[in-house]
Design a protein around this ligand. Structure first.
Ligand code: PMP
Length: 362
């Protein structure tokens, strides 16, 4: 593919060329129907078959057991911040949240509108530079669930273990879903916006244990009830058909790559290259995350001064390395290297970083 630069965007993020090329064809004529994928009815046989195929592929890739339902919803991952407590918490009931950054903070804010929320851990004082170890957090005895964010997109931290709890886990996997195997049975709900690891903006995947579908109070607005979307196979209203289609193509690509263990290995190799460069730079590049919490998806780092960071970003952009500016809340630089991000892109960045350091001493 010509004229493509190296895209380190945090999301929406780079997609596999395989997916873009297939989409190019299917936008015009999907499955020889004479209509493009964006033009067909969500009630058509072709679209219903597509939904079934995607769920089947998800089940296969992540080993999702039968007693979990897969939903395709709208409103972004952010809408799950309120849908989860609205469905799972009745008045006076409690849930425990682990606060490891902006996204868990937002989830806590929304959940507090609905129930009593206890904070099992907060990384705020350490500027969210790490996630807690198991022994560091407390789960309220009466908690209905334990909520956490598996990968903190802004701060570049990630859990490298599954928290243990007697209550169901609820996890925001927006920035690392399908990047590694997951022990689904430990979870009550897993959710993720698709726009980082499995597609484009517009669809949010919710993987929910079936018994939890019935928890929602019946007076909840219909669109907010998981049970309604489950009963209707996510076709209660018009779903984001194109985003769902793209997700399906990304899943095929994941399968073609060799499945989730191959994807995980590739992600580990990419991140190792980058962290190694940071660690051997004599402190020129500094990673934000503490070593045991380093994210394989988002690598947040700083340079010796804001002025050098600005020059770095400008020169990187000129060299075809785009999207490296850190989130405005943290500053510095951030390389987002999700599933579809190619190893060659990381190699280019690493070479650029080494050369920049030589040419621009601190
Ligand atoms: N959770 C995490 C971990 C995220 O990174 C983001 C978006 N960057 C969100 C939630 C919010 O997602 P959305 O924009 O789809 O609402």
């Amino acid at each position: 593919m010509k004229n493509r630069i190296v895209n380190f965007s945090a999301g929406p993020a780079a997609l596999p060329p395989f997916v873009l090329q297939q989409a190019q064809q299917d936008i015009i004529n999907f499955k020889h129907s004479g209509m493009g994928i964006m033009e067909i009815s969500h009630r058509s046989q072709d679209f219903i078959a597509l939904g079934d195929e995607i769920r089947q592929n998800m089940r296969q890739i992540l080993a999702i057991p039968k007693n979990y339902t897969i939903l395709f919803l709208q409103g972004g991952a952010s809408s799950q911040f309120f849908m989860i407590p609205m469905n799972l918490l009745k008045k006076g009931e409690t849930a425990t949240y682990l606060n490891t950054g902006v996204w868990s903070g937002k989830a806590i804010q929304e959940a507090r509108r609905i129930g009593d929320i206890s904070i099992g851990f907060s990384g705020e004082k350490e500027n969210f530079s790490r996630v807690p170890q198991q022994k560091e957090f407390n789960i309220e005895d009466k908690a209905k669930y334990l909520y956490y964010t598996s990968n903190n997109t802004i701060f570049g931290t990630q859990y490298h273990y599954t928290p243990q709890a007697k209550v169901p886990l609820v996890c925001d996997m927006s920035s690392d879903i399908f990047s590694r195997p997951v022990d689904i049975e430990k979870y009550g709900i897993i959710f993720a916006g698709a726009q980082k690891n499995i597609g484009t903006a517009g669809v949010t995947v919710v993987i929910i244990r079936e018994d939890l579908l019935e928890e929602a109070p019946k007076e909840l607005p219909t669109m907010l009830q998981y049970r309604v979307h489950a009963k209707k196979d996510s076709l209660f209203n018009t779903p984001p058909t194109f985003s769902i289609y793209i997700m399906g193509e990304v899943l095929k690509w994941i399968k073609n790559q060799g499945g989730i263990s191959t994807i995980e290995q590739k992600n580990q190799d990419k991140a190792a290259l980058l962290y190694q460069t940071i660690d051997t730079s004599d402190g020129y590049y500094r990673g934000h995350a503490k070593k045991d919490s380093r994210s394989l998806m988002n690598v947040s780092f700083t340079l010796p001064s804001p002025a050098l960071e600005q020059t770095f970003l400008q020169q990187a952009q000129a060299a075809g390395l785009s999207g490296l500016k850190g989130h405005r809340l943290l500053g510095g630089c951030r390389a987002s290297i999700y599933n579809a991000f190619p190893k060659e892109g990381v190699q280019k960045l690493v070479e650029f970083m080494q050369q920049f350091q030589q040419e621009n001493p601190a």
